[in-house]
Write a new protein. Structure first.
Length: 447
C-alpha cells in the first residue's frame, strides 16, 4: 500500500527537470531543509514546522506576495505527508473539475486514504466554486491548502475561511535571496556545471532588485547569465549587462487587488502625517505601476475635505483644479500637477472637523430618521400649512442688525447638540473664534 502510494505521489507531484526548464523550476527545493525564508513559520519549534513534521496538517491558506514559496511549501508538504496530493489551479478549473476531484477524494476517504488538495490562486474562484469545497473540507474528504496573494478576509468566503488556518508568508529578505542566488551559481541543477564569472556585488544587486521575490531573483540571474560575455573559460557577467537586464523591470499591479488599497492608504496617511517626501514616493509608486491618475485625483479631492477642511478652504478648490488638469492633459504630463497637489495637501494645516461633524450627525440621523423638522423652519407654502403654524416665529436673518437670530433649528431632542467642532489649525482658528461669538450672542438673545 505504502509503495503504491509513493508511486502515485511521484506521478502527481514530481517531474523530470532538465537544463531547458527555467532556473526557478530547476532549483525548486524538495525538502524542508532546503527551503529559504519564512523562519517565523518554519524555524525550529514553530507551529507550521511542527504540523508538517508530525504529519498533522489541516486545511490552511498561505497568504503572501508572489515569489515567496507558497507553491513550493505545499509541494514539500506533499512529499512528506502520507496523503495523496492533487495540484489544482483556480485559473483553469471550474465547478465541473472541482466535483470530479472531490468525487475522487471521497472515494479515497472511503478506502481510508487522505487527500491534500492544493489550490493555487484560490482567490480567483468565485463564491459558488469556493462553496463546492465546503462539504468535503467539513467531513474530511480533503485537506485544502490554498495559496493567495490577496487578503483572505476579502477574497475567501467566510464559511471556508473559518475552517482553514491562515499562515502569512512574508517577502524574502535580501539575505535570503542572496543565499538563494549563491546556491543557483553553485548547484549542479543551476549554473554549478558552468564557469560563471560574476562579482559578489552584482549578486547582491540582484537580491536587492528582486524586491523579496525569489522568482524574480532567479529569472534575473538566468537572464544576465544567458546574456553574459562568452569567454574562453566560460561566461562573464558585467555591471553593464546587469543594468541592461534590469532597467525595464515590469511593475505588477492589480488595480482591484489589495496592493492597490495598500498604496492609496500609504499616500493618504503620508499626507495626513504632513510628510511630502513619503507622499510623493507613494504617488510615484502608483502612477509608475499604471494607476489611473484620475482615481488618484479623486482621492485628493476627498482628502482636501476629510483631512484639511476649513483649516485651508483653498485646498478643495486646488484639488478640483488638479483633477481638471489631469483630465485635460493626461499622463505623463499630469504627474507634475498631482505632485504639486500632493505636496500642497501634505504641508497644509490639518483639520478633520468636517469629517467628524458629518460622522456624528449621520449617527444621530440614522437613529432619528422620523424626527420632525421644527415648525419654525418649515416653509408655509399653502394656507393649510400656515394654519398648522408652519414657519411661525421664523426670523429672516438678513433683516436683523447682526444678521443673526436665536431660533432653534435642531429638533427638540437634539437641542444644543454640537457636531462641528473647529480646531485651532490654519483658517479654522478664525472660524472657531467667530463661531464662539455667534453662540454667545444666541445665548444672550434666546428667550
Amino acid at each position: 500500500m505504502g509503495q503504491k502510494q509513493d508511486m502515485r505521489q511521484q506521478s502527481l507531484f514530481a517531474r523530470e527537470t532538465s537544463l531547458r526548464d527555467p532556473l526557478a523550476s530547476r532549483l525548486r527545493p524538495k525538502r524542508l531543509e532546503d527551503y529559504v525564508g519564512q523562519e517565523q513559520l518554519l524555524g525550529e519549534g514553530k507551529v507550521l514546522r511542527q504540523l508538517i513534521e508530525q504529519d498533522q496538517v489541516s486545511s490552511m491558506i498561505f497568504w503572501g506576495p508572489p515569489g515567496v514559496g507558497k507553491t513550493t511549501l505545499a509541494r514539500i508538504i506533499a512529499a512528506r505527508t502520507q496523503a495523496q496530493f492533487i495540484d489544482f489551479s483556480a485559473v483553469t478549473s471550474g465547478i465541473k473539475e472541482i466535483r470530479e476531484v472531490m468525487d475522487r477524494a471521497e472515494r479515497g476517504r472511503l478506502l481510508g486514504e487522505r487527500t491534500i488538495l492544493f489550490v493555487d490562486e484560490i482567490h480567483r474562484f468565485n463564491k459558488a466554486q469556493q462553496d463546492a469545497f465546503l462539504p468535503f473540507v467539513e467531513k474530511g474528504s480533503i485537506v485544502l491548502i490554498g495559496a493567495t496573494t490577496e487578503n483572505p478576509s476579502f477574497e475567501i468566503n467566510s464559511a471556508l475561511l473559518s475552517r482553514c488556518r491562515v499562515f502569512v508568508l512574508q517577502a524574502l529578505s535580501e539575505a535570503d535571496l542572496y543565499r538563494l542566488l549563491c546556491r543557483a551559481l553553485t548547484d549542479p541543477g543551476g549554473f554549478g556545471g558552468q564557469a560563471i564569472e560574476m562579482a559578489d556585488e552584482l549578486v547582491r544587486a540582484i537580491a536587492a532588485f528582486a524586491g523579496g521575490d525569489a522568482r524574480v531573483a532567479l529569472n534575473t540571474l538566468e537572464m544576465v547569465v544567458l546574456n553574459g560575455e562568452r569567454t574562453a573559460g566560460g561566461t562573464r557577467v558585467t555591471r553593464e549587462i546587469l543594468e541592461q537586464c534590469t532597467s525595464r523591470r515590469s511593475l505588477l499591479y492589480d488595480k482591484n487587488g489589495e496592493e492597490h488599497y495598500n498604496l492609496i492608504s500609504a499616500l493618504h496617511k503620508s499626507m495626513r502625517n504632513s510628510d511630502p517626501d513619503a507622499a510623493v514616493y507613494w504617488l510615484a509608486r502608483m502612477l509608475e505601476a499604471g494607476e489611473d491618475p484620475l482615481y488618484v485625483a479623486r482621492r485628493l479631492v476627498r482628502f482636501a475635505s476629510e483631512d484639511v477642511g476649513l483649516a485651508d478652504s483653498r485646498a478643495m478648490e486646488l484639488a478640483v483644479a488638479a483633477y481638471q488638469a489631469c483630465h485635460f492633459i493626461g499622463m505623463p504630463e499630469c504627474t507634475v500637477s498631482l505632485t504639486q497637489m500632493v505636496v500642497y495637501l501634505s504641508v497644509a494645516p490639518k483639520s478633520n472637523a468636517c469629517y467628524t461633524a458629518y460622522s456624528a450627525a449621520a449617527k444621530d440621523a440614522r437613529q432619528m430618521l422620523a424626527e420632525p423638522v421644527p415648525l419654525v423652519i418649515r416653509n408655509a407654502v399653502t394656507k393649510l400649512m400656515k394654519d398648522l403654524h408652519y414657519g411661525e416665529g421664523y426670523v429672516y436673518a438678513h433683516d436683523t442688525q447682526d444678521k443673526l437670530s436665536a431660533m432653534q433649528c435642531l429638533p427638540d431632542s437634539l437641542a444644543g447638540r454640537r457636531y462641528y467642532i473647529p480646531t485651532a489649525q490654519g483658517s479654522e482658528a478664525r472660524i472657531q473664534e467667530r463661531l464662539e461669538r455667534i453662540r454667545l450672542w444666541k445665548q444672550e438673545h434666546s428667550s
